[in-house]
Write a protein that binds this ligand. Structure first.
Ligand SMILES: [Zn+2]
Ligand SMILES: [Zn+2]
Length: 163
């Protein structure tokens, strides 16, 4: 905790402008922000204050948007690894230990896609900003908790992506 006040509507953090009240997702404060390009996201307040998040990943040049229909589950995960790097290059979003997998955050609205494979419903987002690096333990814990919270079934192999 930095002790500084929460972001207020209208505050600027790089290309982000705060457009909504601070909300809690999984017990962490998130600010609702809009990038200069118009994309809206929920970004963790701590990351905003620390200057770790200043724009969306598409504006950062890390990501080129494909036509939505072209983004299958496999294609999305290949792109995550190729363009954002291996999750193991990051710290776990929850515990700070080395991460191993990209974890789908949910709450992605119309960016969410479903793909049925071998009787399993794969749930994913076509937007890289909807993924966080997590260690395996935190990933499993998050998926169980989030699916309980949002009322969705727990799915096997959610977005597990071995590093
Ligand atoms: Zn942007
Ligand atoms: Zn962890």
């Amino acid at each position: 905790m930095t002790g500084t006040p929460d972001p207020q509507i209208g505050d600027r953090y790089g290309k982000w402008t705060v457009v909504g009240d601070v909300i809690r997702l999984k017990g962490r404060k998130h600010a609702q922000v809009r990038c200069e390009c118009g994309i809206e996201r929920n970004v963790q307040v701590g990351h905003l204050k620390a200057g770790e998040s200043t724009q969306c990943r598409q504006c950062s040049g890390l990501w080129v948007r494909l036509p939505d229909d072209a983004v299958t589950y496999d294609a999305m995960h290949q792109r995550l690894r190729k363009e954002l790097g291996s999750a193991s290059e990051h710290e776990c979003y929850d515990c700070g230990r080395p991460a191993q997998q990209w974890s789908y955050a949910y709450y992605s609205g119309d960016r969410e896609r479903l793909e049925l494979r071998n009787g399993c419903l794969l749930r994913y987002s076509i937007d890289p900003d909807d993924y966080y690096a997590r260690c395996v333990a935190c990933h499993i814990k998050y998926d169980v908790e989030i699916t309980a919270e949002v009322g969705k079934p727990v799915l096997p192999d959610q977005v597990a992506l071995a590093a």
